[in-house]
Design a protein around this ligand. Structure first.
Ligand code: AMP
Ligand code: MG
Length: 471
């Protein structure tokens, strides 16, 4: 393995050394061959025993210098000056043949200096969950951290009950968060903040260095990535659940699949997370919250002398930027090829119909695609008639519109009730559903008759209404 450790070379206040220990009886739950090949790690797979040793944290390959990263964060609006990786160890960075740098991090590998009261461990549930959800996100074409490996430790982790332990390997284009900037800003450590910002620019947007106002350009870079990310989440009905600033990346990748979920029946104010009592991170709040998080990043960049008015301009542009990206994603979902002023209203009418009738978000788009030339009574009420008229005005073959819609509307999403089943079975030693889901979700837009049941919405009694944090 060809690891570099550029983050570990940053000053000592950026991280703490950690030493993941051996685990009792590690065994492989999943290994992501495709991702491993992309990272140049495919040759490792020839020795599964070694893989298991490395990605359970039991063996440290040469050149690896595990660290926990320091960060702070606004959690549900309140500032926590000291968080950091309490259950994660960054092994280092891999530079691919194409010159891209990726962090490789173990999650659940034991205590770190930032663990506070926690045990630094993870049980199998959140590991299976993050594996399925993050890979599904990737295959939906949405920026995300990825899943390289899941290893059962053979140890017991104590939560409300005794549960089997596991370690997850996460790959990210970096793990810098808005909260990483807040960590140094909160301590008034402007030197370190500058080092961090320059490192982030080097790693993610080196072109900003030559700009007149590099930190404003950097801020615009992050704002653009976040606008696109949230627009994409919204288009697939994804609810992150804990959009705290420590779970908000600089790279614009989705990170930390704690109580995250894809919606079944549509609701604007849908919340799953058991800890989100006031609906701060509800589905329809995600863009305003991303903007709020960006404002927290801007607060730190001001300390580096970035012009407040310039940062404010970028921030003020966020809603319009987001809206443009959102509409561009929603139009083809409704079979609309050309933009019209009435699109936003048409999309809203559709969503209101889904909400009023408690219809499944994902499947309704696939169903709508079959209604283009329908002659029987309207399936989707007033909306459908209005929509057919608009579709008719496009003068495009129905088959072409159908193909367009089916190419952007997934048939398969990680249904909460299936993810729960995958976890329950995995705890009992049966990985079938976990593996099936990974297979089916790798091609979310394609009909897969053998797996048709994974496309189905839950029966009312199967509906999952609450999800819980990874801890
Ligand atoms: P999260 O809910 O994943 O965003 O985590 C919030 C904070 O709690 C981060 O600082 C984590 O590292 C920390 N944390 C979560 N679970 C554990 C655990 N089992 N042991 C120690 N720290 C944890
Ligand atoms: Mg987190």
């Amino acid at each position: 393995m060809n690891f570099d450790n550029s983050y570990a070379r940053l000053p000592e206040e950026f991280h703490a050394a950690v030493e993941p220990g051996a685990v009792a009886a590690p065994s492989m739950l999943a290994w992501n061959h495709t991702l491993a090949a992309k990272l140049g790690l495919d040759s490792l797979a020839e020795d599964e025993r070694e893989l298991i040793q490395i990605f359970s944290g039991s063996v440290r390959p040469s050149g690896v210098q595990p660290i926990a990263m320091a960060y702070a964060g606004h959690q549900f609006g309140h500032f926590s000056p000291q968080l950091g990786d309490g259950r994660a160890a960054l092994l280092g960075e891999i530079i691919t043949d194409t010159g891209n740098r990726y962090d490789v991090q173990l999650k659940g590998s034991g205590r770190t200096p930032y663990s506070r009261g926690g045990d630094g461990k993870s049980w199998l549930g959140p590991v299976v969950r993050e594996y399925i959800l993050s890979e599904a996100m990737h295959h939906l074409g949405i920026p995300t951290t990825r899943a390289l490996a899941a290893i059962a430790t053979g140890e017991t982790v104590y939560r409300e009950s005794a549960l089997p332990g596991a370690v997850f390997t996460r790959v990210a284009s970096s793990h810098m968060r808005v909260g990483t900037f807040e960590y140094f800003a909160g301590r008034g450590n402007v030197d370190a903040l500058k080092t961090l910002a320059d490192y982030a620019i080097d790693r993610h947007c080196p072109e900003a260095k030559d700009d007149q106002m590099p930190y404003v350009s950097f801020f615009r870079y992050v704002a653009e990535r976040q606008a696109e990310l949230i627009a994409r989440w919204m288009s697939v009905g994804f609810i992150h659940g804990v959009m705290n600033t420590d779970n908000s990346t600089i790279s614009g990748e989705t990170i930390d699949y704690g109580p995250a979920a894809y919606m079944d029946e549509f609701r604007f104010d849908k919340v799953f997370s058991s800890i989100d009592r006031n609906g701060r991170y509800a589905y329809a709040n995600q863009a305003p919250i991303a903007q709020w998080n960006l404002a927290r990043l801007a607060d730190t960049l001001i300390l580096l002398g970035a012009a407040k008015s310039e940062l404010e301009t970028v921030l003020a542009e966020f809603p319009a930027r987001y809206e443009r990206l959102y509409l561009a994603l929603m139009r083809p979902k409704l079979g609309l090829q050309e933009a019209s002023d009435s699109d936003a209203e048409l999309i809203d009418a559709w969503l209101n119909h889904l909400q009023d009738k408690e219809l499944d978000y994902t499947l309704s788009f696939r169903k709508l695609a079959t209604r283009i030339d329908a002659v029987d009574a309207s399936h989707f009420g007033e909306f459908e008639l209005r929509w057919r008229k608009r579709i008719g005005e496009q003068k495009i073959e129905s088959t072409e519109i159908l193909a367009l819609m089916n190419s952007v509307n997934p048939l398969f999403i990680p249904r909460n009730h299936r993810v729960e089943q995958a976890i329950q079975k995995a705890v009992a030693g049966d990985l079938t559903i976990f593996e099936d889901l990974n297979t089916v979700l790798a091609r979310p837009f394609v009909e897969q008759p053998k797996f048709a049941h994974y496309a189905e919405a839950p029966e009312p009694i199967e509906r999952v209404t609450r999800t819980f944090c990874g801890t």
